[in-house]
Design a protein around this ligand. Structure first.
Ligand SMILES: *[C@@H]1O[C@H](CO)[C@@H](O)[C@H](O)[C@H]1NC(C)=O
Ligand SMILES: *[C@@H]1O[C@H](CO)[C@@H](O)[C@H](O)[C@H]1NC(C)=O
Ligand SMILES: *[C@@H]1O[C@H](CO)[C@@H](O)[C@H](O)[C@H]1NC(C)=O
Ligand SMILES: *[C@@H]1O[C@H](CO)[C@@H](O)[C@H](O)[C@H]1NC(C)=O
Ligand SMILES: *[C@@H]1O[C@H](CO)[C@@H](O)[C@H](O)[C@H]1NC(C)=O
Length: 776
């Protein structure tokens, strides 16, 4: 029988298949299996493939051009009785339907135009907020071929001074909960036909951030692009891989780690059951090889378990070999190359067996290394499957056992949270038809990180993994830091603020001046322009970071071209600090480590990733994320005796609160104008005072230091310490950082000096590698 019958032969087929069906019915009692027919299975506007021709167990897979999806069925299976499941229906002919995007009209406090009942691929929408409401997210969005809207969720919100920003309502969703104070909860659900990926529940935390990640509503035809996968999976796996860094960051520590078995265990399982296409296997092998290659660019050496599975497990690499034999790592790629699937006749898929095998391996490792050492082992399970398991039952109970083992039977929320980073289960839903709800329930890991992915084709995974950046770039990943409880241990504090730089300037009269700065790339330190005087040459300046990284030479100093301290002497401002920003180019690029690492700065692509904003989010989106509240809690560093940095907190007075705050500038020495705005232009953030929070006040030597906001694992600098109204004097060392009612500090808002930063940092010169800024 021809595989792809043309319409011309249809009549004949109809008769034949009718006969066959009758024969089939007659022999149902015996061993005879019946073939399916090609009748009515064509798809208008697309084509189809059969995995095993028209034999029992064959899967019919429909394919449509980009921007379309097969409807009503995505696949059909040939059953033993010779009938397709689902059966083709003449009154609902199979066709390629235009991709639809979820309903954007869920927007609150604004208008979506044009208003339509349904939105299809390439349809454009524009958004407007009612007066009195401010817009965040994209003002214009286009429905993309993957079933998602371009840009980010549009939100129209009041500035009500809430602790957390209005989290909005993603297209196709509805939200319960309209209070955005600390500990307030919002819950989401997706409208019918859609299922929710991300957090269905989010809680406003003290740091002004919502827990978890923004939910998205997926149709069956929605999928993640390779760029989305690379960003989300890449940043999650990088977090795991960089956490594996030896704690002391020393080269010695690194060597030690390599000579021993690693403590990162990666388990990869690939579904090769008949429900998945043939070429998938060689393609999957190249995808896994790519992933392993990427991981090996980091200084970690994980142990691997790699299996292909259907009703049985075919093991490519056994993780226990890492304890039994030598040099397994070297052989992995070769093993993948030569691996072939012996028997693909099976139509069963036993997902539970996969989890059970992994559970067994973990138990063995635990016995082998001892329960105590096992506590430090991280486990990452990566699963590629369509989720159509039909044997072995649900893997949920086995997964629960794995969790128990890694979480050490802890059930309290706090205890589980503290063990969460030791287990990640990523699921890549792949195949013509995937069982998304089920698969989603098998993901495990931090709610802030995406663990469920819907993949259009395995080749997309290759691109996605290929785009994950290498360790050399990751080491420079901005804003990464470690979190510790309040501590006096200088090294620990250093790891919390690894960007902190100490700048010493030797003036011609041999007077020394000290400032702080922040490392923002391998080559650049950001600081205040007023730290320098006109006569300063690069050789007068040195930069220190931490113990062994000190006394660094400087190649060049760039002051903001508009910085001019004397600009307003005649207008009653003796010292004018507008544009008080400078960049120091180091003579040699710095070796990035856990104790010396750059901070993120606004309007760069990396900061979009650090803030988990979409790739096409703008500079403005970043500003509205970082400086959204009328009182924004920020931190700065203060230097306490020899090169020790302590974190202090302030609240920036923004919006309606700003005028009152800057009015105190008139009390500063050397200011005789009546208009505070003469001295404090829009380029400054204002902090200090005791209402509603008692702020800390910076001291002289803190000039040039970063004013920043820290999230769980990343830190972003939003401003730099410039000048203040008073030097606070107090009895005790602790008290001297507390603001008086009238003391105010002014910090250069980095969002206002982006053109300057860009002109230098984004320049493609031979001296240093350029930084990627956002277009707008
Ligand atoms: C099914 O098709 C195969 C090959 O196309 C053929 O050998 C077999 O006899 C057919 N079975 C029935 C019951 O028609
Ligand atoms: C939306 O897309 C559909 C299908 O392509 C098209 O018919 C319709 O005109 C589009 N609507 C607008 C407003 O562009
Ligand atoms: C996937 O398989 C096809 C056919 O075997 C091959 O042409 C293609 O190069 C493969 N892609 C990758 C990324 O391995
Ligand atoms: C967890 O509980 C199981 C069953 O109750 C027990 O066998 C196991 O030893 C416990 N594990 C730990 C780490 O306490
Ligand atoms: C950066 O590049 C621009 C355009 O090429 C040039 O005008 C500018 O002078 C450069 N800036 C520096 C600091 O080299």
């Amino acid at each position: 029988m021809p595989l792809f019958p043309s319409l011309r032969f249809n009549m004949r087929f109809r008769q034949e298949s009718w006969l066959a069906a009758l024969l089939c019915l007659l022999s149902m009692g015996g061993e005879v299996w019946c073939n399916c027919t090609a009748q009515n299975i064509e798809i208008a506007g697309g084509n189809y493939k059969l995995t095993k021709e028209l034999l029992t167990g064959s899967t019919l897979i429909y394919n449509c051009p980009e921007g379309y999806f097969p409807y009503p069925a995505l696949v059909r299976i040939c059953q033993a009785n010779g009938a397709w499941k689902p059966r083709p229906k003449t009154y609902l002919p199979q066709k390629c339907k235009l991709v639809e995007c979820p309903d954007p009209n869920v927007l609150e406090n604004g208008n979506v135009s044009p208003p339509q009942e349904k939105y299809f691929v390439d349809n454009e929408t524009t958004y407007e907020c009612y007066s009195g409401y401010r817009m965040r997210g994209s003002p214009k969005r286009v429905c993309l071929p993957n079933g998602k809207w371009s840009g980010s969720t549009t939100i129209c919100s009041h500035d009500a001074g809430d602790d957390c920003a209005d989290p909005g309502i993603p297209a196709g969703a509805s939200r319960a909960g309209n209070m955005f104070g600390i500990d307030d909860k919002v819950t989401y659900s997706c409208n019918s036909n859609l299922f929710l990926v991300g957090s269905s529940e989010r809680v406003c935390q003290e740091n002004g951030q919502w827990t978890g990640m923004e939910p998205e509503c997926y149709y069956k035809h929605t999928y993640d692009t390779s760029v989305e996968i690379s960003q989300a999976f890449g940043s999650a796996i990088k977090n795991t891989l960089t956490k594996e860094e030896p704690l002391d960051g020393s080269p010695e520590g690194r060597k030690l780690r390599i000579s021993k078995e690693g403590t990162l265990n990666i388990y990869i399982a690939v579904d090769v059951s008949a429900s998945i296409e043939d070429k998938y296997i060689s393609n999957t092998t190249s995808v896994i090889k790519k992933l392993i290659q990427k991981i090996s660019s980091f200084t970690v050496s994980p142990n691997y378990e790699i299996v292909f599975f259907s009703s049985e497990i075919e093991e490519v690499v056994n993780i226990l070999d890492f304890w039994e034999k030598k040099d397994v790592r070297k052989d992995i790629l070769e093993k993948l190359d030569t691996f072939g699937i012996n028997d693909r006749s099976s139509t069963g898929t036993d997902l539970n067996l996969v989890f059970f095998t992994f559970w067994e391996r973990m138990s063995f490792i635990k016995t082998r290394v001892g329960a105590n050492a096992f506590k430090d082992h991280r486990h990452v399970i990566i699963l590629f499957t369509d989720g159509a398991y039909n044997m072995g039952g649900s893997p949920a109970p086995t997964l629960a056992r794995i969790k128990d083992m890694v979480y050490m039977n802890q059930t309290g929320e706090k205890e589980v949270n503290s063990r969460e980073e030791y287990l990640d289960v990523y699921v890549f839903a792949i195949g013509a038809e995937t069982f998304d709800d089920d698969l989603k329930s098998f993901t495990v890991g931090k709610a802030e990180e995406k663990h469920f992915f819907k993949v259009k084709g395995i080749d997309k995974m290759y691109d996605a993994f290929d785009d994950i950046i290498d360790e050399n770039d990751v080491k420079g990943l901005c804003g990464l830091h470690k979190e510790f409880q309040k501590t006096d241990d200088n090294e620990k504090r250093r790891k919390m603020h690894p960007w902190g730089a100490f700048i010493s300037i030797r003036n011609p009269n041999n007077n020394h001046k000290n400032c702080l700065g922040s490392l923002i790339s391998k080559e650049f330190v950001l600081t205040a322009a007023h730290c320098f005087i006109f006569e300063n040459l690069p050789e007068h300046v040195t930069v220190d970071f931490f113990e062994k990284v000190r006394n660094l030479q400087v190649k060049k100093i760039f002051l903001h071209p508009k910085y001019n301290i004397n600009a307003k002497v005649n207008e009653g401002v003796k010292e004018f600090y507008d544009y008080d920003v400078a960049l120091i180019l180091l003579k040699d690029p710095i070796d990035i480590s856990v104790t010396v690492r750059p901070i993120c700065i606004p309007c760069t692509k990396e900061t979009n990733t650090a803030l988990k904003l979409g790739a096409d989010s703008t500079c403005k989106d970043q500003e509205q994320t970082l400086l959204k509240n009328h009182l924004e809690r920020l931190s700065f560093l203060t230097k306490i005796d020899l090169n020790k940095l302590y974190e202090k907190t302030v609240s920036a007075k923004i919006g309606d609160n700003r005028d009152e705050c800057i009015s105190y500038a008139l009390r500063a020495k050397g200011i005789t104008t009546n208009n505070p705005k003469d001295a404090v232009t829009d380029n400054f953030l204002c902090t200090g005072g005791q209402q509603p929070f008692r702020d800390h006040i910076a001291r002289k030597g803190d000039s040039g230091g970063a004013v920043f906001k820290s999230y769980e694992s990343r830190t972003i600098q939003v401003a730099l310490v410039s000048w203040g109204t008073e030097e606070v004097v107090a009895a005790s060392p602790d008290e001297r950082y507390e603001s008086t009612p009238t003391s105010r500090d002014f910090h250069i808002n980095l969002f206002r000096v982006i053109p300057f930063l860009k002109s230098i940092l984004a320049n493609n010169t031979d001296d240093y590698s350029p930084m990627e800024f956002l277009q707008n």
